[in-house]
Design a protein around this ligand. Structure first.
Ligand SMILES: NC(=O)c1ccc[n+]([C@@H]2O[C@H](COP(=O)([O-])OP(=O)(O)OC[C@H]3O[C@@H](n4cnc5c(N)ncnc54)[C@H](O)[C@@H]3O)[C@@H](O)[C@H]2O)c1
Length: 286
């Protein structure tokens, strides 16, 4: 009792020792409270805007260190600067193999390992088989399919070094459009269906290394990609309403809806989940 101090305040007598004990306990609780992806190192491609930015912010909020890559240098650097040391930005075009090699090198040099990859970068061009040019077709396949293929290849290389116990998680952002077709999305449908099947093939091969690979299938979510799509339509207001109504839930999604699934797949909560199609689409692809 000798060093016990008391202090009076408007609420009565406060035991300073008890207060100090509480402060120490609270600090320990904070110290020990683990984020859902605490300590994991995750690459997010196309992380400068839209869904990718949301994935980056969500993963960092739950304790991950993230390598954010994008062709949009200014926007990518701004997101990274906002989040501090937990994020490292790399300028990167997902269609280029050398670019992916550089991303892996930078990831290992900056954070010392690789636990997750979110193959998120993607583009959309609307058009029927009659309207689309070969150039449009190739551009979409190049970003959405070649980019995802190269990302998987590089991630397996990086994650294999972890050994089977630590393994890794590859998360391929496909789309509801990878599960059902529209006449006006011939190239996009094809690219996202390819991502769905590539995911299963990768999962079948990489189970032996403890590496999981799953695809995520969002319905419409308001992002710069969708905004541009709406702005180009002859009736933007009607276009947005039409998008809402085609979802059985009567609404479009929010970026955090998709990031919730990405977070689950990046975490050890999903350690037995591989080769799956994770729909987050308000029922759109049913
Ligand atoms: N928003 C939706 O409704 C929706 C629905 C289903 C699936 N998706 C998919 O989610 C992903 C993200 O879409 P979004 O809506 O956030 O789009 P977005 O256009 O807002 O963001 C895509 C990001 O990818 C980047 N990117 C494009 N090409 C690239 C390349 N070659 N290399 C590196 N980065 C590149 C862009 O710069 C951008 O920052 C895409 O794969 C998209 O197909 C989106």
């Amino acid at each position: 009792m000798a060093n016990k101090q008391v202090k009076r305040c408007s609420h009565g007598v406060i035991d300073e020792c008890a207060l100090m004990r509480n402060r120490i306990i609270n600090a320990k609780v904070r110290e020990n409270s683990m984020g859902r992806v605490e300590g994991k190192v995750v690459i997010v491609s196309g992380g400068a805007t839209g869904l990718g930015e949301s994935h980056v912010r969500t993963l960092v909020g739950e304790g991950a260190r993230v390598v954010l890559t994008d062709v949009k240098e200014e926007q990518g650097r701004a997101v990274a600067a906002d989040l501090g040391d937990a994020v490292h930005f790399v300028t990167h075009d997902v269609t280029e193999e050398d670019g992916w090699r550089n991303v892996l090198r930078e990831t290992l040099a900056t954070f010392g390992g690789l636990d997750g990859l979110v193959n998120n970068a993607g583009v959309v061009v609307a058009g029927t088989i009659e309207e689309l040019s070969l150039e449009d077709w190739r551009r979409i396949q190049s970003v959405n399919v070649d980019g995802t293929f190269l990302g998987c290849k590089i991630a397996v290389e990086g994650m294999k070094a972890n050994g089977r116990k630590r393994g890794g998680s590859i998360i391929n952002i496909s789309s509801a459009s990878g599960l059902y077709a529209k006449s006006t999305l011939a190239a996009y449908n094809t690219s996202k269906a390819a991502v769905t099947m590539l995911t299963k093939s990768v999962a079948l091969h990489t189970g032996q290394y403890g590496i999981r690979c799953n695809s995520v299938h969002p319905g419409t979510v308001m992002t710069p990609m969708v905004q541009a799509f709406i702005d180009q339509s002859p009736d933007p207001e009607g276009g947005l309403e039409g998008m809402r109504l085609e979802h059985p839930m009567g609404t479009v999604g929010e970026p955090s809806d998709v990031s919730g699934i990405v977070l689950y797949l990046a975490s050890d909560e999903s350690k037995f989940a591989t080769g799956g199609e994770y729909r987050i689409d308000g029922g759109l692809a049913l």
